[in-house]
Design a protein around this ligand. Structure first.
Ligand SMILES: Nc1ncnc2c1ncn2[C@@H]1O[C@H](COP(=O)(O)OP(=O)(O)OP(=O)(O)O)[C@@H](O)[C@H]1O
Length: 617
């Protein structure tokens, strides 16, 4: 038996040095992250080394320097009272960063513990915390700041502490909602059961969930605090003799017409710092939320090779399912297909080595409960897995050719030619900005090399064929003008326009009104027979299976539990799971026969209790 693929991937990941790098490393790998890190580091260095970097005393007045233009000795010139602008900007960096730090620490100290307590305990603690937070937000902060400035003689640090108090509700709400989302997690219960104190659980386990959002929030709050600080200084509050950027902007603003540079320098300093913090916040959010970095093609091949090497000689990989015809005679054949996703918890295998095939002209149903791996199986067939996922397979045969040897590009060429695809959600698969005609004609021209008039003719014919009443009008319509049933017919028309030999339909009726489901299934059956296509239909409805399919694959938790012709599956299911699925699917549903003989011939809901293909033919 082969080693579990996840072990091998873990090995591979470890061999690359930890779980694909820390958040910080991933942040630095992004161009925006690297640039902002460098910019912010420089700003911090300027602030720390201000006494050494500043060429002059920032408060020293030299009347000869009044409004002086930039020169070699004073690279940014002099201000309105004859002080060196560069020195004041450098010292202003220190003041600005200090102010932001004071405000953030104050917000953190107030907002995070109170948010933790409110989210963790809920009830009265939460209510009181929320009232205070709402109350703080309702108070006009500027008036309080003016009072504080007057009471504390414009003390800059006290003012920034006050700014921090007004920013604390942001941290409170963020922490509270994050904690609420995790407080019911099994690991929190487990910690409680283990007898840990609430304080310890919050401090050790729950706080971990809030660290990432708080770091992001802090980057944004720092920018806001700097903006407020500059705003206050601009209004002449909290400035004093402190060489702050806001005070410099105030001065520059007053002489903007005659000495615009005096406004430019502090504005640039503030703008660059706030922009860097904002970009850092959004890049961090990106890095932290998108925790599914993709493995390169080469890496995936290496992992597949490592797995193969781990398989003992003579042993074959565990696989479920079976095949019915020789590979070259099949329309599609999957051999030992595995699908993996990279998640925050590492590599997860969601399809565990399945083998199945479809003959030309055959209808194969893939059934199973939600999450059983049906869609992942067909996405692998189509090579349409999302970036964070990948498959490995001994072979995937399409039209008698093993397509795993093809390049990504050649593989894509099969779509629309060899394989057609009908998705689950018709509306979201049509572009709202283009007419139906454009969306049908474009692929026929681009993929099938038809002229505009040929493509238009084919599109009209296909729309007519799928039962669209006024094709010429629908061609001019936009998706929002169509009903769900019409949209699905349009997509079916698009899928078969290239006359594929295999049509893959992923729950094609799930999103449709129950009254049109049967019509769409009927249409699929007709088209499949008319074009003699193999049809792979994903569903969790055994009624659909009974109605449409020749053979059925029953999937559960990423494996095939049963694969057989429709007759035997219904008459004598081998697995209890299949039996339960049939019972659940058909329980209480009217049969198609009952519906067809009923009053409304067009109202056959979830098709098909005990109907068979023969009965419906
Ligand atoms: N992007 C993803 N990242 C991680 N796991 C995923 C991702 N997409 C799907 N999965 C997992 O793969 C498994 C199979 O999903 P799949 O979509 O194939 O189920 P399904 O049988 O088609 O279900 P449904 O009938 O609900 O569409 C599920 O456990 C799902 O959580």
């Amino acid at each position: 038996m082969t080693a579990p693929i996840t072990d091998t991937v873990a090995d591979a990941v470890d061999s690359r040095g930890g779980s694909r790098g820390t958040t910080f490393v991933r942040f630095l790998r992004r161009p925006a992250g690297a640039v902002t890190a460098v910019v912010l580091l420089l700003i911090v260095l300027v602030a720390v080394f201000a006494p050494w970097l500043s060429p002059h005393d920032p408060n020293a007045v030299d009347l000869g320097l009044t409004r002086a233009l930039p020169s070699a000795e004073h690279p940014l010139g002099g201000d309105t009272t004859g002080r060196d602008v560069l020195s004041r900007i450098i010292w202003g960096t220190q003041i600005t960063l200090w102010g932001a730090l004071v405000a953030i620490v104050t917000s953190l100290v107030i907002g995070v513990p109170s948010g933790l307590a409110a989210g963790y305990y809920g009830g009265a603690v939460d209510r009181i915390g929320t009232w205070i937070s709402d109350g703080l937000q309702a108070i006009p902060g500027m008036i309080i700041l003016l009072i504080v400035a007057a009471a504390f003689r414009n003390d800059f640090t006290v003012l920034m502490i006050t700014v921090g108090v007004f920013m604390a509700p942001g941290y409170f709400r963020l922490t509270r909602s994050t904690v609420m989302a995790v407080r019911g997690e099994a690991y929190v219960d487990a910690a409680k059961v283990a007898g840990l104190s609430d304080l310890r659980i919050m401090g050790r386990h729950v706080i971990r969930a809030v660290v990432a959002p708080i770091v992001i929030q802090s980057a944004l709050t720092a920018g806001m605090a700097m903006g407020m600080q500059a705003g206050l200084q601009f209004l002449g509050i909290g400035g004093g003799t402190t060489p702050g950027w806001g005070a410099a902007m105030n001065e520059g603003f007053r002489v903007m017409r005659t000495d615009p540079l005096l406004l430019l320098w502090p504005s640039l300093a503030l703008g660059i710092t706030i922009a860097a913090l904002a970009v850092m916040g959004s890049t961090l959010a990106d890095v932290i939320s998108v925790k599914t970095p993709t493995l390169s093609r080469r890496e995936r091949k290496r992992i597949a090779r490592l797995n193969a090497e781990k398989t003992p000689a003579g042993a074959t990989a565990t696989t479920t399912g079976s095949i019915s015809v020789a590979a070259v005679d099949s329309a599609v054949r999957l051999e030992n297909l595995r699908v993996n996703y990279e998640t925050t918890d590492g590599e997860v295998e969601v399809v565990h080595g399945i083998t199945l095939d479809v003959s030309p002209g055959e209808v194969l149903g893939i059934v199973g409960e939600s999450g059983s791996g049906k869609s992942q199986t067909v996405f692998s067939m189509l090579d349409l897995l999302p970036k964070s996922g990948y498959y490995t397979a001994d072979a995937i045969w399409i039209g008698g050719e093993d397509v795993t040897t093809l390049s990504k590009r050649d593989r894509a060429q099969l779509l629309g030619h060899e394989i057609g695809y009908i998705p689950q959600e018709p509306m979201s698969n049509l572009d709202p900005s283009y007419t139906i005609g454009y969306q049908l004609i474009e692929p026929l021209r681009a993929v099938h090399g038809m002229s505009r008039s040929e493509a238009r003719e084919r599109a009209l014919a296909m729309l007519d064929r799928v039962g669209i009443v006024d094709p010429a009008r629908v061609m001019k319509s936009y998706p929002h003008e169509l009903s769900g049933g019409m949209a699905q017919r349009v997509l079916i028309a698009g899928a078969i326009a290239g006359k594929p030999s295999v049509l893959v339909a992923d729950e094609p009726t799930t999103a449709l009104d129950v009254t049109v489901q049967a019509e769409v299934l009927e249409l699929l059956r007709e088209l499949q027979q008319e074009y003699d296509m193999a049809l792979v239909i994903v569903t969790h409805n055994f009624g659909v299976v009974a109605d449409l399919c020749d053979r059925v694959v029953v999937m559960r938790s990423g494996s095939i539990v049963e694969i057989d012709d429709v007759g035997p599956i219904f008459e004598n299911p081998q697995s209890d799971y299949t039996r339960e699925l049939i019972a659940a699917s058909l329980d209480g549903a009217e049969s198609r026969v009952e519906l067809d003989t009923g009053l409304d011939a067009h109202a056959p809901a979830a098709p098909a209790a005990h109907a068979t293909k023969e009965q419906n033919a």
